[in-house]
Design a protein around this ligand. Structure first.
Ligand SMILES: [Zn+2]
Length: 327
């Protein structure tokens, strides 16, 4: 569970510059059109730019090549990139017979993931944030409390990452209460290069069928969060300095967890959580599973499943690092 900070219903149009368009003689030619007050780009042109084939269907449109693929659904925000569920910020639409996606989604989700179009930075210090603690138990399962499981997983992840040579610090080492704003503040004080907040989910008591993993990054400024299509805060938060890296990190970590656990993919989502909003480095929040689901609760409490989750997160961080350093 996590606290949601809903943005103001204030709309602002951002104009992205195609900076990468001008730095090559044969830069991409990507046409755009206005729709619902936003710039939308022609998916056909994006596919050409990526060297992919566009495959339009009745309700969806795919772009794919041997190295990657993405699926867009008309009038729905949910899609897939490289097989992984993603919530796009705005619904794709058909402009006559031409599939269109928003420029926000192209620049801030599709391009970072499909082309590793992210800023490079050093990755020395990683700060792990075990959700909740002390008087805040977080979600309550039948047998286990979220605050205990998040701490166990963070400790395991710390060991794995330290063995890989990273310096790893935590926002709490024990069962202590830490205020939400103090978590990113601690990370900043530790000069974190990366921030990973670990949580377990709950669908509420009595809702036992929902299960799976979700990974969140901060909603880009001017865009709606996954849970609320109407809330579009134009305020640029600290964490919005890292929009592209945030989503790419979310993708790497989410993919790593899914690969290692085989859990249900509930997708990469965008939300304005306090710990992400105030982050001063690329940051994600993972929801490792549902304590309201008995099987998943049991799994999350075992060392072997915690290993799978944490190996998955570590694998994601290493993949992210590799993309940074071009290794
Ligand atoms: Zn939580």
């Amino acid at each position: 569970m996590r606290k949601i900070l809903t943005g103001l219903a204030f709309i602002s149009i951002f104009v992205f510059s195609f900076s990468w368009a001008s730095d090559a003689n044969a830069g991409p030619y990507i046409r755009y059109a206005s729709y619902n007050g936003l710039r939308y780009v022609y998916l056909r042109d994006i596919a050409t730019y990526y060297g992919m084939k566009m495959q339009p269907g009745d309700k969806t449109c795919d772009i794919r090549s041997q190295s990657g693929n993405a699926t867009f659904t008309y009038s729905h925000r949910e899609g897939r990139i490289n097989g992984i569920r993603v919530t796009f910020m705005f619904s794709p639409y058909l402009n006559g017979s031409e599939p269109m996606i928003s420029e926000y989604d192209f620049m801030l989700i599709v391009d970072p993931i499909l082309r590793n179009a992210v800023s490079k930075h050093k990755l020395g210090v990683i700060v792990l944030d075990p959700g909740h603690g002390g008087k805040d138990n977080g979600a309550q399962g039948r047998f286990y409390r979220e605050k205990d499981l998040t701490l166990m997983m963070a400790r395991r992840l710390k060991d794995i990452l330290q063995a890989k040579g990273y310096m790893v610090l935590m926002t709490r080492e024990k069962d202590t209460f830490v205020e939400l704003p103090d978590r990113p503040a601690k990370a900043a004080a530790y000069k974190a290069d990366l921030f990973v907040s670990i949580h377990c989910n709950s669908a509420g008591s009595g809702v036992s069928n929902i299960n799976g993993i979700e990974t969140f990054c901060l909603t880009p400024e001017g865009a709606p969060s996954t849970s609320d299509a109407k809330a579009r805060s134009s305020k640029k938060e600290n964490g919005n300095s890292f929009n592209k890296n945030n989503v790419y990190l979310a993708y790497c970590v989410h993919r790593g967890m899914l690969r290692n656990t085989g859990a249900t993919d509930r997708g990469i989502k965008e939300q304005r959580f306090a710990v992400l909003r105030d982050a001063q480095c690329p940051a994600v929040l993972v929801e490792a599973g549902f304590l309201s689901n008995l099987t998943e609760e049991r799994n999350l409490a075992t060392g072997s499943y915690q290993d799978k989750i944490t190996f998955g997160i570590a694998e994601g961080i290493i993949a992210y690092h590799r993309a940074m350093s071009g290794r």
